[in-house]
Design a protein around this ligand. Structure first.
Ligand code: WAQ
Ligand code: MG
Ligand code: MG
Ligand code: MG
Length: 267
């Protein structure tokens, strides 16, 4: 059976003269069966037309056929949750889990390659919390995610201002027309795709939605770990960091998978 990818983005014209630019107001993407295409398209346009950020000046809906043979079906990462009292405790927990994951990955890599830990990585692991907090701050203005190479300490996004965006993904058998309108449903699909990307070690995510304080860390080894509070209410500073290991795959392969491979996630 063939599927269709639908992508919507809506924006507003802002500013005058040389200061003119497009301000993003709403976006959505799905991969659905043929018989759902028209209803999903309508729901997307409705979403764009009724967004709290205002009326769109421009709506783009792109609909593309996707052949079944080009779709990878992935099992959703197993989900666990960690309850915390404060955002500080949540962040500490997230950093701890990620640090163990990066260290574990490094031990495996070294065992296979029989090579010493690169000094950059040793430094990163030693000062993990400080280093990651600093990277997190750098992601706040980005529309996509940071792709950080743990082996060299370098950022690998081709466009550092925008970051890397994972796309072409949806939940398998989702019969919901207005699907994925909730943070968790959307995030488990994205995190599952990201965890399966070549060279990926782990992901760290905090929502940029001022009313959403739950975040997660995820990897094939950790699964999807929801951390119920990672920031204060009314804080719009969120971001994503993809921790990647260039000893395992090339950045090009990884980015190609994130941006081009069609993925349906069995949830
Ligand atoms: N690819 C890469 N980065 C992205 C993408 C994408 N497709 N979408 C968003 N980002 C980046 C972007 O910089 C955002 O500012 C940041 O991630 C946060 O995105 O289990 O809502 O869409 O309840 O605000 C987690 C759910 C919700 C936790 C995460 O992220 C749970 C969320 P947001
Ligand atoms: Mg952002
Ligand atoms: Mg979002
Ligand atoms: Mg958001």
């Amino acid at each position: 059976m063939n599927y269709y990818s639908l992508k919507m983005r809506a924006s507003q014209h802002m500013g005058e003269g040389v200061n003119q630019h497009e301000q993003h107001i709403s976006g959505a993407e799905r991969i659905v069966k043929r018989e759902m295409v028209e209803d999903v398209c309508r729901a997307m346009v409705h979403r764009a037309m009724s967004h709290s950020k205002g009326d769109p000046d421009f709506i783009n809906v792109k609909i593309e056929k996707v052949l079944e043979k080009d779709i990878q079906i992935l099992k959703a990462l197993p989900v666990t949750r960690v309850d915390v009292e404060t955002a500080e405790e949540g962040l500490k927990k997230a950093f701890g889990l990620l640090r163990d994951d990066v260290a574990c990955n490094d031990r495996l890599e070294n065992a296979m390659e029989n090579a010493a830990t690169p000094s950059e990585l040793a430094g990163f692991l030693k000062d993990f919390e400080t280093s990651l907090s600093k990277l997190l701050k750098e992601t706040f203005p980005m529309r996509g995610a940071m792709l950080y190479d743990i082996a060299t300490g370098k950022r690998l996004e081709p466009d550092k201002e925008r970051g890397v965006r994972a796309t072409y993904m949806d939940a398998l058998h989702s019969s919901e027309v207005d699907g994925k309108k909730n943070h968790f449903n959307e995030a488990i699909v994205l995190a599952t795709k990201v965890a399966n990307a070549p060279g990926m070690v782990a992901e760290f995510c905090i929502s940029d939605d001022p009313n959403y304080v739950t975040g997660y860390v995820a990897s094939k080894r950790l699964g999807y770990v929801r951390i119920m509070k990672m920031k204060e209410m009314n804080d719009e500073n969120g971001g994503r960091i993809f921790l990647f290991d260039s000893r395992k795959a090339s950045a090009e392969e990884c980015i190609q998978f994130l941006q081009k491979t069609k993925v349906l996630v069995e949830v």
